[in-house]
Write a protein of this length. Structure first.
Length: 163
């Protein structure tokens, strides 16, 4: 509505089965013409949509989520190496990971001005480079191979019981 970004330059893709609330919000905000609901897609297709995106959105509500909870979707987003806009309280573990890896922007879902600023910053970065890649640092700490090795180390350190 501010006119800072032309509607013709934006597409919103909601991948998966949308709930009625999301559809109502899209209509209420007048975003029908730029929003595409994919409906159910396979996991492989979902990952392909992530890689093809310019910006990935993650929403974790502070009043309904545990601050230590890290959704599996975050690891998929990190693997897609696309910028993430996370509407999440700053003290949540997922927000820390996004900041630590330089994988995107985090802002509290209640901070409308902050969300606007983050969207405009992400749009400006995209327009300046025309590259849809997150500036993420080394992500090896969050790969399955690394996690499996850490678990193996922990299990190896446990005292063995006689059989």
């Amino acid at each position: 509505k501010s006119g800072k970004v032309a509607k013709t330059e934006v597409q919103l893709k909601i991948v998966g089965e949308p709930d009625g609330y999301a559809q109502k919000i899209v209509t209420r905000l007048g975003l029908d013409g730029i929003t595409h609901f994919t409906g159910f897609v396979s996991h492989r297709q979902s990952l392909a949509h992530q890689v093809e995106s310019s910006l990935l959105l993650m929403i974790l509500h502070g009043d309904r989520s545990n601050p230590g909870h890290v959704p599996g979707k975050l690891y998929e987003y990190l693997g897609a190496r696309r910028p993430i806009l996370a509407l999440i309280p700053a003290d949540f573990e997922a927000a820390r990971i996004i900041r630590e890896t330089n994988a995107g922007l985090t802002v509290d879902a209640a901070d409308g001005a902050g969300i606007d600023r983050c969207l405009l910053d992400a749009y400006a970065a995209y327009k300046a480079t025309a590259i849809c890649s997150a500036g993420a640092s080394d992500l090896s700490l969050y790969e399955r191979k690394t996690g499996a090795a850490q678990l193996a180390d922990i299990l190896s350190a446990l005292p063995r019981q006689a059989g």
